[in-house]
Design a protein around this ligand. Structure first.
Ligand code: PEP
Ligand code: MG
Length: 617
């Protein structure tokens, strides 16, 4: 028997009332928003949030200082949680990063010296409220005021007010949970192959999902355009959101079919439904296989020139994605993951083991390991304890102590990392990359440390190859791009980081939503610097690649090829798409495109030329 539970969304033929004693095997069909395409079958795991602790509305305190101290601690914990979520954003494509990053930024600001905080504070001190009650009353009062104003204007304003009210409530919930030490949902113990079922997933939850363990997501609430949906799309997990009635009917361990293309969720599917779903899974797999065949084809232009398409890696969990993508190596291994959620520094041997495992998995393809690029707004207790904080540089962290500067100030961290990479280098081909190099002396100083560490290891009898892994630099500042010739004489390879290069060239903070509309990696100023650095490297016969986000955009890569680049490193999921595009291109066409683009004086013109090229007009 099939029972359907979403009036008006499925054919009436199937609409039947569930019987009071529904047999355990009865199939239940629900419809929701088709959010991320693909079909998956698996056992359900309900991750329902435990209710927040009860709050006594009549409770009063005669010790406001104690309540203020509890509040301060809860705020601190909340900020740390949000920082950790922000640290995970790097695994998302740029759109997702911007979207979720700005939301997390809003949360961060609310937790800073804000109207919300002042209101909570007043309620504790003036009205004798407990911290929990003050948080609940203040967030609710701000949310209600917004909803009231929004309702008066209607339309877009009402929708914006609803979102903003939701943000206040979300922060209120987080603070109340932290005050009551109520646990947050954890997805860490999810067995592989699970279908995740929840009332609602917040972006913060979605950031914790491991795509190698969760085959599908189905929720009771949410919409296909909200922040969570964007994150799930970025993770590529078949998803149906807003399947009403889901959590009341799904049971832990029940077999579920989730079809993210049609928006159907089936609990306890019967044989017929399972057979159809299995075909859906097989079709999906075949499609992926077709892409897989493309992955095995060489990355060559139609005119014969060979390209190198590599992957950026932020977390070891992405290694299987890299293998599937057909990337020929790792062009940028961001090692920040080692330090992010750690309370203590990973020691030399621990780091060496992690690097060796990654290098070994790459089976002969090169792994480019970038030493930790710390600074900006990232947070790591381990690095702070090791002294790598920004030492009061709070106004302009991007221009302060970050990247290589910070490491040279604290060479012990750099030495440990160099030693670990050198030890791991016997596991396969490796390159070592320095972040945020601005001037030649920084490179020289780092190189001296690198050689000193290698000598020390050799003296201790640690086996290293005859020649050390090449030591190269990221070109992420205008100074480095302009001084490309001088740097290329001393660096063994270069990699252009357009994410930061754009920020520093256009003076636009890459993490700020307020100036996001001014952040243009294809601005002619940035393109000229890319061209200058590329030509400088080629003049010195040094390998040069590009590993900023634009390397994964098939519309942009033809221009970059025309500027002389042959090597790109990108988010793994972009490799097949980029390969498909480049295999249809001739070098001469790319060169002509670059020639035209380099005459453009504004970004709109550049975009038009690129779009015309992509659409063949
Ligand atoms: C860049 O800046 O382009 C880059 C690749 O480094 P990250 O994004 O890690 O700063
Ligand atoms: Mg960078």
């Amino acid at each position: 028997m099939k029972t359907t539970d979403t009036p008006g969304q499925v054919p009436p033929r199937r609409r039947r009332r569930p019987r009071s004693a529904t047999p355990a095997t009865a199939e239940i069909r629900l419809s929701g928003d088709a959010t991320v395409g693909g079909v998956a079958i698996g056992p359900a795991m309900l991750v329902l949030e435990s209710p927040a602790p009860d709050i006594d509305a009549s409770a009063r305190t005669d010790d406001p200082d104690h309540e203020l101290a509890r509040l301060a601690e809860a705020i601190e914990r909340s900020v740390r949680q949000i920082e950790r979520l922000r640290d995970r954003l790097a695994i998302l494509p740029e759109d997702g990063q911007i979207e979720i990053g700005s939301l997390l930024e809003v949360y961060r600001r609310m937790l800073g010296p804000s109207r919300l905080q002042r209101g909570i504070h007043d309620r504790i001190v003036r009205d004798g409220r407990t911290a929990e009650l003050a948080v609940r009353e203040e967030t609710e009062s701000l949310a209600q005021a917004l909803l009231h104003d929004g309702a008066q204007f209607g339309g877009e304003d009402a929708a914006a007010a609803q979102r903003r009210a939701g943000e206040f409530r979300e922060i209120g919930q987080r603070l109340m949970r932290n005050l009551g030490r109520a646990p947050f949902r954890s997805f860490s113990a999810v067995p592989a192959g699970t279908v995740l079922v929840a009332e609602q997933l917040r972006p913060a939850d979605a950031a914790l999902i491991d795509p190698s363990r969760i085959v599908a997501v189905a929720t009771e609430e949410g919409g296909s355009t909200d922040h969570t949906a964007i994150m799930l799309r970025a993770l590529g997990i078949p998803t149906v959101l807003a399947a009403h009635g889901l959590t009341a009917r799904a049971r832990d361990g029940a077999t579920m079919v989730v079809d993210g293309t049609t928006g159907q969720v089936v609990i306890d599917p019967d044989e017929e439904t399972l057979a159809v779903a299995r075909r859906g899974v097989a079709d999906h797999a075949r499609e992926r296989q077709a892409l897989g065949r493309l992955r095995r084809l060489p990355a060559r232009l139609s005119s014969g020139e060979k390209l190198q398409l590599q992957a950026n890696l932020e977390l070891p969990a992405e290694l299987p994605l890299i293998a599937q993508s057909g990337a020929s190596g790792i062009g940028l291994l961001r090692t920040e993951f080692l330090f992010m959620n750690a309370e203590a520094m990973p020691d030399e041997d621990r780091q060496a083991a992690i690097y060796a495992e990654i290098i070994g998995t790459m089976a002969g393809d090169t792994t480019t390991i970038r030493v930790v690029d710390w600074g900006g707004e990232k947070h790591s207790e381990a690095l702070e304890r090791a002294g790598l904080n920004q030492e009061g540089d709070t106004i302009n962290p991007a221009l302060g102590m970050r990247g290589l500067r910070l490491l040279l100030r604290h060479p012990a961290v750099l030495e440990t990392q160099f030693a670990a990479i050198l030890k791991a280098s016997v596991a396969g081909p490796v390159r070592v990359m320095l972040p945020m190099v601005t001037i030649v002396p920084e490179l020289r100083e780092a190189r001296e440390i690198y050689h000193r560490v290698a000598r020390r290891l050799r003296r201790k009898g640690v086996p290293l190859g005859d020649s050390l892994p090449p030591l190269g630099i990221m070109v992420e500042t205008p100074a480095a791009a302009i001084m490309g010739d001088a740097l290329a004489q001393e660096a063994e390879f270069l990699a252009i980081g357009t994410n930061d290069l754009t920020m520093y060239t256009l003076a636009v903070d890459r993490a700020s939503a307020e100036v996001a509309s001014l952040y243009h990696p294809l601005h002619p100023a940035v393109l000229r610097l890319i061209q200058a650095a590329t030509e400088a490297a080629l003049r010195q016969y040094r390998p040069i690649s590009l590993c900023g986000e634009i390397a994964g955009d098939p519309r942009v890569v033809p221009l970059l090829i025309g500027l002389g680049l042959r090597s790109f490193s990108m988010t793994a999921s972009a490799v097949p798409r980029v390969k498909k595009t480049v295999r249809a291109l001739s070098f001469e066409d790319c060169r002509r495109l670059a020639h035209r683009v380099m005459e453009a004086s504004d970004v709109a013109e550049v975009m038009d030329l690129i779009d015309d090229f992509a659409t063949g007009t």
